[in-house]
Ligand binder design. Sequence first.
Ligand code: FMN
Length: 368
Amino acid sequence: MKPEPAGPPAARLPAGILPQVPLTALAPMQDVTDLAFMRVIAHYGAPDYFFTEFFRVHAQSQPERHILRSIDENSTGRPIFAQLIGEDLAHLTRTAGELLRHPVAGIDLNLGCPAPKVYKKNVGGGLLREPGKIDEILGALRAAVPGLFTVKMRIGFDDTRNFDRILELVNRHRVDLLSVHGRTVKEMYRSEVHYDAIAHAVAHVRCPVLANGNVTSAARARSVVAETGAAGVMIGRHAIRNPWIFRQCRQEFAGEPVTAVTLGDVRDYIERLYRATAVPGLAERLHVNKMKKYLNFVGQGVDDAGAFLYDMRRTETEAALFEACDRHLLADPARAFATEPYPGVIARPNCETPSLLADGCSLETISA
Ligand SMILES: Cc1cc2nc3c(=O)[nH]c(=O)nc-3n(C[C@H](O)[C@H](O)[C@H](O)COP(=O)(O)O)c2cc1C
């Protein structure tokens, strides 16, 4: 039996934007939460914390340069945690050391990725089957990271049989912040979120917990915090749909009126995102396709019939894309953008977003 650690988590978390209200964080999303996207989010109201997409760690890995940019060129004014995915102790600690030379708020470990290609290698969500291995990894990373060391996990692989044991390890290795996506790996992205399991984590770990999974709006954030007792919320797909969500959460938490968003505002967001995601040399068709993966989520708040999504998905040029946007968003620009996604309007990437599909965020897996 290993001894229980003495004392509280090792370091202090950065202060939130508003003191005394629950924290917010943008969930790490591969191929989405890059520098450009974080800057756009910050324009509409930054979260308290950002997390990078995962850095893949293996024997030959070097921190990916495009992900490093989101750290080195972070102009959002908010701290950013660097997320790692891997299982080899020596290479995880080597990579943590390399990343600590950059302006990171801390190092985060991914214990949740559900893509079969990932978990079959026993990394990400795959590790939830092996608490013994998690014990070794947390021990090694805790020793290698003098500042903030955080973990993002799902509640189990097939079921929650290892959950308590892993929560105990979170305490033993003095993890500083735990983000819990309230689903098992096998539940992917579509099942109900088990907020009772997040509440269980809150009751059992010593560090603050961020509740993650289907936090669709500021009102939902408030009810999830009330239900789980979490220190705050981590929001992914619904921040793609609604980049105002972090500002709205702060307003809701502070008891202030929540910023109303119109379809005209959404048109502004799409244009800003288009400009931010332009890369020299990127062909127009590819840029339009790249936009579609964001707009798949945005479309969930535009109309209840999915008409915007239908038209947007068929465009191939910048002009056609913005013509579809104008038709659906500027016909009545003062109309409200829905606060909650319209039920039945499914956000699914099209077949032109190969990197999402390759990593298991397939049509069905990322649907809300
Ligand atoms: C496209 C996509 C990419 C993701 N990439 C990552 C990742 O790199 N690291 C990670 O920990 N989780 C990743 N996730 C999971 C999210 O961080 C989050 O846990 C999940 O989407 C549930 O939160 P939400 O309902 O607010 O979206 C990804 C999710 C999506 C949809």
